[in-house]
Design a protein around this ligand. Structure first.
Ligand code: HEM
Ligand SMILES: *[C@@H]1O[C@H](CO)[C@@H](O)[C@H](O)[C@H]1NC(C)=O
Ligand SMILES: *[C@@H]1O[C@H](CO)[C@@H](O)[C@H](O)[C@H]1NC(C)=O
Ligand SMILES: *[C@@H]1O[C@H](CO)[C@@H](O)[C@H](O)[C@H]1NC(C)=O
Ligand SMILES: *[C@@H]1O[C@H](CO)[C@@H](O)[C@H](O)[C@H]1NC(C)=O
Ligand SMILES: *[C@@H]1O[C@H](CO)[C@@H](O)[C@H](O)[C@H]1NC(C)=O
Ligand SMILES: *[C@@H]1O[C@H](CO)[C@@H](O)[C@H](O)[C@H]1NC(C)=O
Ligand SMILES: *[C@@H]1O[C@H](CO)[C@@H](O)[C@H](O)[C@H]1NC(C)=O
Length: 323
């Protein structure tokens, strides 16, 4: 039976170029919407050209989506009179890029109505945005995800790891999603692009243990620099680059600065507090090594709790559940 399936799968792969891997597949829309992947790519690339922050925005949005109810586009749903959605939960700081997903969705509804899920659009657009600087796709995105019908703010709070977590809590948070210690470290490398708000780390500069002190695990030269940017504990609006000087470049520089004790959040610094984790950080210092590992961990993250087959729905608009 198993042999027969593998045989059938290989035969199908040879004939039409699709093959099932888990519940997601390569090129799920090949028949139902052949323009799907090209449309996502074209629109995403056009937006990245005018907004170099978009790769960071989409990458973080995809992560938040997958960690709450699986990669089901629940992060895209708008709050309603009766329900506060994930989008409006506390960890939502700086989530953006919804307009780009909406534009892609509108175009795909015009081309093939009711076929392409918002969850797949987000997964593909994230890959395409990060890949622009490399001029080639940096990881494979299997497709066939369907969209969820529930989005609840409290679930974002409960499932999105906080930047104040210690090592064991971070490991647990990823383990809860079926991801390993290795995935945790590799995926934290996403902080090689983008920015963070002062209030999420300024305790490390001004009041680490409640005695007006600094976090001893933060590089003091770097802390002095950060204090010029974040001038008080109450600054909730200023942002700084997470990977200073290289925050629009997707590379392994996050791990290089992490080793110099310049990780911005306590959750970044925490990756050096465990022997095994510290060793893995050391193995990711070279960009080619990091990019290879990142591609594999993204594939795993993109498969968390996916809805497939007849589960969920194909939303007509990414911001609202079909009525
Ligand atoms: C390991 C646990 C993680 C924690 C605690 C964490 C926490 C954070 C925080 C607090 C911010 C700053 C938000 C802001 O101030 O606007 C941030 C930004 C970001 N995170 Fe994470 N993150 C984690 C893992 C990840 C993962 C797995 C990814 C993607 C694979 C990711 C991608 C990003 C990106 C790209 C940004 C920059 C967003 C921007 O520039 O707007 N993070 N993260
Ligand atoms: C994407 O853009 C390329 C180049 O402009 C074009 O040839 C191709 O038809 C477009 N694909 C889709 C699906 O829109
Ligand atoms: C909100 O809840 C009320 C009472 O449960 C219900 O009558 C109304 O239809 C709901 N509105 C929406 C937009 O779901
Ligand atoms: C985050 O949630 C707040 C409400 O809690 C909302 O006012 C704000 O617009 C949300 N931010 C984003 C980027 O969606
Ligand atoms: C990490 O944080 C958790 C939750 O706050 C706490 O229970 C645990 O003792 C902490 N672990 C270490 C090693 O500090
Ligand atoms: C620092 O933390 C302590 C203890 O939580 C608090 O009493 C004090 O007011 C804080 N200092 C500032 C400047 O916020
Ligand atoms: C802290 O940063 C400085 C300046 O960038 C660097 O020279 C030094 O090696 C760093 N300290 C540690 C402990 O890595
Ligand atoms: C969701 O809300 C945003 C503004 O918060 C709005 O621009 C968008 O059109 C809404 N989407 C839908 C489908 O209602």
């Amino acid at each position: 039976m198993k042999t027969a399936f593998i045989f059938a799968c290989v035969a199908v792969l040879t004939v039409v170029g699709v093959c099932q891997a888990g519940d997601l597949r390569k090129n799920f829309y090949r028949i139902s919407c052949p323009a799907a992947e090209g449309t996502v790519k074209n629109i995403t690339e056009r937006h990245v050209a005018s907004n170099p922050n978009l790769p960071a925005k989409l990458l973080r949005m995809h992560f938040h989506d997958c960690f709450v109810r699986g990669c089901d586009a629940s992060v895209l749903i708008n709050s309603t009179a009766n329900s506060t959605a994930e989008k409006d939960a506390i960890p939502n700081l700086s989530l953006a890029g919804f307009d780009v997903i909406d534009e892609i969705k509108t175009e795909l509804e015009n081309k093939c109505a009711g076929k392409v899920s918002c969850a797949d659009i987000l997964a593909l657009a994230t890959r395409d945005a990060v890949s622009v600087q490399f001029k080639k796709p940096m990881w494979k995105v299997l497709t066939g995800r369907r969209d969820g019908k529930v989005s609840v703010a409290s679930e974002a709070l409960a499932n999105i790891p906080s930047p104040f977590l210690n090592f064991s809590s971070l490991v647990q948070s990823f383990k809860n999603k079926g991801l390993t210690l290795h995935d945790l470290i590799v995926l934290s490398g996403a902080h090689t692009i983008g920015d963070g708000h002062c209030n999420l780390f300024s305790n490390r500069l001004y009041n680490f243990t409640g005695k007006g002190d600094q976090d001893p695990s933060l590089n003091s030269t770097y802390a002095a620099f950060l204090k010029t940017k974040c001038q008080s504990l109450s600054d909730t609006t200023t942002t700084v680059e997470m990977d200073p000087g290289s925050s629009q470049n997707f590379d392994s520089s996050y791990f290089v600065i992490l080793k110099q004790q310049k990780g911005l959040f306590q959750s970044d610094a925490a990756l050096l507090t465990d022997k095994q984790s510290n060793k893995i950080v050391g193995e990711l210092l070279k960009s080619t090594d990091f990019l290879k590992e990142f591609s594999q961990s993204m594939k795993r993250m993109g498969a968390i709790g996916v809805l497939t087959g007849n589960s969920g729905e194909i939303r007509k608009k990414c911001g609202v559940i079909n009525s």
